[in-house]
Design a protein around this ligand. Sequence first.
Ligand code: NAP
Length: 254
Amino acid sequence: MASTILVTGGTGTLGGHVVPRLLAEGHRVRVLSRHDREDIGGIEYVTADLLRPGGIDLAVEGADIVLHLAGGPKGDDEATRNLAGAASRAGVRHLVYVSVIGADRVPLSWFGTKKEAEQAVRTSGIPWTALRAAQFHDLILLLCQKTARLPVVPVPAGLRFQPVDARDVADRLVQLALGDPTGQAPDLAGPKVYELGDLIRTYLQARGTRRLLVPVPMPGKAGRAYRAGDNLSLDGTATLGERTWEDFLAERLR
Ligand SMILES: NC(=O)c1ccc[n+]([C@@H]2O[C@H](COP(=O)([O-])OP(=O)(O)OC[C@H]3O[C@@H](n4cnc5c(N)ncnc54)[C@H](OP(=O)(O)O)[C@@H]3O)[C@@H](O)[C@H]2O)c1
């Protein structure tokens, strides 16, 4: 049966893959954005800022499922509390949240806000599902593009990633959203673990560019957590995406 699904963050990288998948399954899709947009291609747009309570109640009205993908550098905890409150008042039957691997372990404030956001979902009173994903290929590409602008590229020693393709995350989230609420789902990581230096080298090679890479120490608690792999899912319980960094890079730089 067709459901009405509100997607926050439907205009973002991940949302751009999730929305067409939901439409293809025959569901009514409503996208929440901070910017006014005309309805197009079967998508209903609603304007609201999750950090400003006005407008959120209207956005969730009549939604069966809320897929919460909106996120930013700051305030994901508060945004999620505001959304969860409105979704609870509206009688939403399934709240789905995407978080990040290491939300409970990496001592950086952004990870802390993702952990708080997860808590808001768990305590919302709404049947819920949460998925922690690794860093998307798009984010790693952006990092490579930015660092490659420098003549000498500093590379934090011991920093590893397990990047996952946003399309694999979208496939999994759609499956979870359309299924019964399951609580905390197994982490979703990419198929391989890479040193940051190797990711940058593959990028430079694909671009035909040369740069000097210089290892730099990662100080403090966050450095220790990264060196210990707290941002990775290595215990064998994670679901692994299919598309590799090399596949993604070849597509993007073709
Ligand atoms: N990127 C990664 O590597 C990664 C890894 C793990 C988890 N995640 C999580 O996955 C989710 C999606 O990430 P992404 O990379 O696809 O994000 P993105 O491309 O940066 O897009 C962010 C989205 O969030 C919306 N948004 C931001 N602040 C908002 C606010 N105050 N109110 C309403 N909407 C707001 C934006 O909508 P408008 O601009 O249209 O308002 C946009 O659609 C986020 O929760 C992120 O933390 C990302």
